[in-house]
Structure formats: structure tokens, C-alpha cells
Ligand binder design. Structure first.
Ligand code: EPZ
Length: 421
């Protein structure tokens, strides 16, 4: 079984270039199917979720080619809306084909999306907004099938904020007949980036980044070239890796403007930073103040995806920190693993109470993408050796993690098979 081996307790210092955003590129890859030419995505991250999305695109007839870090998607010959279950149930983003392949092919059949073990992750909001636009949808225990000769505009208010459902709605409305008005939309930067791509391809969208989005359907979209923006969650992960080891790390291309809530917490812990010509220069040498209380929230609040990496930093801070997870039901598994490293962590419903201090290396298990990255941070901070099982979860969203950590002075390797502890 594959695992990371980390020798912790070493200082990290140096520079990391932040990769393209996973949660931007995944919906954009699906949205490319709305046009019948070739889309070019520059700075596309080479991560497992992108590779999985590529396989799904190829299975429906798209031609895929890499040119350096540019992903070329030839969507002229897309011929089916059948998404193979082998890929679809591997990750959440298969749901995005509802908003793009259904308008394109008039029919889609997809199994319920897989993804991380962080909660139930229903898709009812996705299905509801597509039904409001005229889609007929049948569900069974495995997945759903949707039919639509021509989607039409609608007025729809989301009963709860959902990033993915907002993205699916905008994609489906882009070539629907008439106007759509969506309210109570998510405001995440990834939605703004998706709309920027769709507008480059000819869509007529207003209000992205606010809770009210208006889309005027156009007859068709055309090919576009798009540069994937830097990944704010990966940048925040390296920020917290640096904080856990009290290092000095420069994050090139980090979207500091999308990390205000995160940088606010970082500063309150004693972190110092400045933005210098597009690089977020950080100094964690004075980190030491525990976090009295933080709760995750939809953007611009503190992102749920950085809750586990923050918990890893709190596990190194003497004193009591409290983190409330308000987005997902079960996103504390990494914190439970950190208990094996000496952190005193108590879960009270959706609140984690962490009494941190000196961590010691241990054998731990990654259960999801961001929790796995948090365990890397904890392992780098701990004295001694940490083994992390299931690094494949981390591969889903982090490009060249071992290489970057090694360049920063960390000791991390990846092995297959079992070793003596
Ligand atoms: C996106 O997931 C991200 N994934 C997640 O990142 C991120 O944690 C999440 O947004 C919140 O910011 C991608 O963009 C690929 P939601 P998404 O719909 O769209 C509930 C990572 O690590 N809900 O905003 O699936 C849901 O259960 C991943 O990169 C419904 O009830 O999240 C959750 O409690 C993890 N019905 C809440 O809404 C629905 O139909 C927010 O989920 C949809 C969602």
C-alpha cells in the first residue's frame, strides 16, 4: 500500500509556485462541451481529478491533448451523454456534466458522484434547478438520467448556498432559450472564474460573485483560450504548512485577494505576510497564539477546505483552539488522526476543541484530499517519522507536493508496500 514517509521537525524555507485552481478547472472542463470547437486551458494542473475528468471527456467523444501545461480539448465530435460509472463515481465533479452535456446532447445518464468522505453530498439542488429549466430527470439507486430537447430560462432561488449547483445552473442557462435569474447563489471565486471562461466563449452573464446572477441564453458558444487562475486552497494549504513548522515561505502567484479570511486568522496566530509583485511572502517564525474560535462559511468566510490544514496548525499551538465546521457534516477525520500524533482533540458536534503542543510522528491515514494535506503539515511539524496511508487522496488536488516540500527543505518520500515502522 502506498504511503508518504515524513521526517518532521525540520525548518521549511523558500519559494513555491502555486498551481492552477482545481475547483476552477473542473467545471471549466465540463463547460468546454457547450461549444463545438477546441478549448485551450493554459496552466492546467496535472492532478488526479483532472486526469479523471479527461477520461470522462474522452469517453463522450472529446479529443484531448496536452501541450506543456496547456490542455487542448477538441469538442467537435462529442456524441453521447452516457458517463461511464467507473469514473463518474470517483469524484464529485462528474455532476458538472449535467449543466453542460445535457444542453449539448439533449440526454445524460450519470451515476451519483463520488468524491471525498466528508459528508452526504447530495445533488438535489443541481437536479432542482435543471428541472426548473425544463429538464426531465429520472433517478434510481445508482444515479440519474436527464432529458431536455431545449432548456429554457427560469427564475430560481437556491434554498441553500451551493457552489456546484450555482455553477451547473449558470452553465445550463448559458445556451438556454431566454433569460434566467438565480438568487441566493454562491459567491466563490471559482464561480467568477467559470463565468469569465463562459463569457470568453460568448455567454451573456451578469452578477457572478454576488448572490444574484442573470444569464441571457445565447444560440451557441464558440471556442476560447483560458488561463486557469492560481488555486486559493492550495495557496492556503502551503501557508498553513509554513505556519505548522514556523517557516518562511514565499507563495508565487498566490491569489491573496481571495484569501482575506484565511490571512486574517494567520495574522491572529502571529503570522506575518506581505504581497510583493504577485508573490505572497510569509513569515511564520512568530506563530504561537492559539485560535479562540473560527467557523467555516461560504465565501468570503473561512473556507471549509482549509479547516483541516488549520486544525494541523492549531495542533502545534500550546493552548486551546476551537474550530466549527458549518458546511459539511463529517470533515473532522484528519483531526482524529492527529490525536495519534499527540494532539489533544475533542469533537463536540460540529466543533473541534484542540489543545495543541509538541507533536510526535505516528502512522496515520488520509481519508480525504484536504485532510491528507493537513496530515502532511502535522507530519512536517512533528518530531520523528510520520507515515501517511492513502496519499492517492492528496494526488487528487495537489501537483508535485513531494517535490515542493523537498525544495522547501522538508524530508518527504513516497513508497509502495509495507515497511517496518
Ligand atoms: C465545492 O463542492 C468544492 N468542490 C468543494 O471542494 C468545497 O468544499 C465546496 O464547494 C464548498 O466550498 C469543487 O468545486 C469541485 P456545495 P460542492 O454544493 O459544490 C450541500 C475540495 O476539497 N448540498 O457548495 O459539492 C452539501 O452537502 C472540495 O476541493 C446539498 O445539500 O459543495 C454541503 O453541505 C471538497 N445539495 C453544502 O451544500 C446539493 O445539491 C455546500 O456544498 C449540493 C450541495
Amino acid at each position: 500500500m502506498e504511503r508518504y514517509i515524513i521526517e518532521g521537525g525540520r525548518p521549511l524555507e523558500g519559494s513555491v509556485r502555486i498551481q492552477g485552481s482545481k475547483n476552477t478547472v473542473l467545471p471549466v472542463m465540463a463547460a468546454a462541451l457547450l461549444q463545438r470547437g477546441t478549448v485551450c486551458l493554459r496552466r492546467c494542473p496535472k492532478i488526479a481529478d483532472v486526469r479523471c475528468m479527461v477520461e470522462i471527456l474522452k469517453s463522450v467523444g472529446a479529443g484531448i491533448r496536452w501541450r506543456g501545461d496547456c490542455l487542448l480539448m477538441d469538442c467537435r465530435h462529442v456524441h453521447t451523454g452516457e458517463i461511464p460509472g467507473a469514473y463518474a463515481d470517483k469524484m464529485r465533479s462528474s455532476i458538472f456534466f449535467l449543466g453542460s452535456l445535457l444542453p449539448r446532447c439533449g440526454r445524460i445518464a450519470v451515476s451519483y458522484p463520488g468524491g471525498c468522505t466528508i459528508g452526504k453530498r447530495p445533488v438535489d439542488l443541481h437536479l432542482a434547478v435543471l428541472k426548473a429549466m425544463g429538464a426531465r430527470i429520472w433517478e434510481d439507486s445508482r444515479g440519474f438520467c436527464a432529458l431536455a430537447d431545449q432548456l429554457h430560462g427560469c427564475r430560481y432561488r437556491f434554498p441553500k448556498i451551493s457552489v456546484g449547483a450555482t455553477e451547473n445552473a449558470v452553465m445550463a442557462a448559458a445556451t438556454a432559450r431566454g433569460e434566467s435569474f438565480f438568487s441566493n447563489c454562491a459567491r466563490e471565486p471559482e464561480i467568477v472564474h467559470l463565468c469569465r471562461f463562459l463569457k470568453l466563449a460568448g455567454a451573456d452573464i451578469r452578477g457572478e460573485g454576488t448572490t444574484e446572477i442573470r444569464v441571457r441564453g445565447v444560440r451557441k458558444l464558440h471556442p476560447a483560450e483560458f488561463t486557469v487562475p492560481a488555486d486559493r486552497i492550495v495557496a492556503g494549504t502551503y501557508l498553513f504548512i509554513g505556519a505548522a513548522v514556523r517557516g518562511k515561505i514565499s507563495l508565487e502567484d498566490a491569489p491573496a485577494g481571495e484569501l482575506e479570511a484565511v490571512l486574517d486568522v494567520y495574522q491572529k496566530m502571529g503570522g506575518q505576510y506581505e504581497v510583493k509583485s504577485g508573490t505572497l511572502v510569509t513569515d511564520s517564525s512568530r506563530i504561537g497564539t492559539p485560535v479562540p474560535y473560527v467557523e467555516t462559511a461560504a465565501y468570503p468566510g473561512f473556507p471549509t477546505d482549509l479547516q483541516s490544514p488549520l486544525a494541523a496548525v492549531c495542533a502545534t499551538l500550546a493552548g486551546k483552539s476551537r474550530i466549527r465546521e458549518k458546511i459539511f457534516e463529517d470533515r473532522f477525520r484528519a483531526a482524529v488522526e492527529m490525536q495519534k500524533m499527540g494532539a489533544a482533540i475533542r469533537r463536540d458536534g460540529n466543533v473541534l476543541e484542540i489543545s495543541g503542543g509538541r507533536l510526535r510522528g505516528a502512522g496515520v491515514c488520509a481519508w480525504d484530499l484536504r485532510g491528507g494535506a493537513a496530515l502532511v503539515a502535522a507530519g512536517l511539524a512533528a518530531e520523528g517519522r510520520t507515515e501517511i496511508l492513502h496519499p492517492e487522496y492528496i494526488d487528487r488536488g495537489y501537483e508535485q507536493l513531494e517535490k515542493n516540500i523537498t525544495l522547501l527543505g522538508g524530508k518527504i518520500s513516497r513508497i509502495c508496500g509495507s515497511i517496518n515502522a
